[in-house]
Ligand binder design. Structure first.
Ligand SMILES: C=C(O[C@@H]1C=C(C(=O)O)C=C[C@H]1O)C(=O)O
Length: 130
């Protein structure tokens, strides 16, 4: 006999044919009464994308908290805002990590450079520049 316990039921969807059902053609309906015009696999993937994007925002916020403190420290001891040697090492490290994990290393480098440019801008501001 087919299992109808809730955790299974929640993942069961039917595509409407447009006749003889409460839901229309092209719509998806589930055991628990939800109706959607978005395919369930797409809805599930988007839900994960939402969680990942939230994590990215939190991670970036934490990184900028750290770089703010680094900028204050550098300004206090008179160090330059940018450290090209450190940037080069970071780029090489992230390119290798990207390569290992199936992310385009060129994209990883561009993304890191975008963030670093913003950090340096903050550091220059903290050092009294424009
Ligand atoms: C955060 C620093 O300042 C700058 C920003 C960097 C970064 O965001 O990773 C790296 C090097 C510096 O140009 C640092 O020197 O560590």
């Amino acid at each position: 006999m087919e299992c109808r316990c809730p955790h299974v039921a929640r993942s069961r969807w039917w595509r409407g044919s447009g006749s003889g059902t409460r839901w229309g053609a092209g719509e998806w309906a589930s055991y628990d009464g939800r109706v959607s015009d978005i395919p369930p696999d797409l809805a599930r993937l988007r839900s994960s994308i939402d969680n990942i994007d939230a994590a990215l925002v939190h991670l970036l916020a934490e990184r900028f908290k750290c770089t703010q403190a680094v900028g204050e420290l550098k300004a206090a001891v008179g160090m330059p805002a940018a450290d090209p040697g450190r940037e080069e090492a970071q780029v090489a490290r992230l390119r290798a990590l990207a390569d290992d994990s199936g992310l385009d290393p060129q994209f990883a480098e561009a993304f890191l450079n975008f963030i670093i440019a913003e950090v340096i801008h903050h550091h220059e501001h903290l050092a009294g520049g424009s």
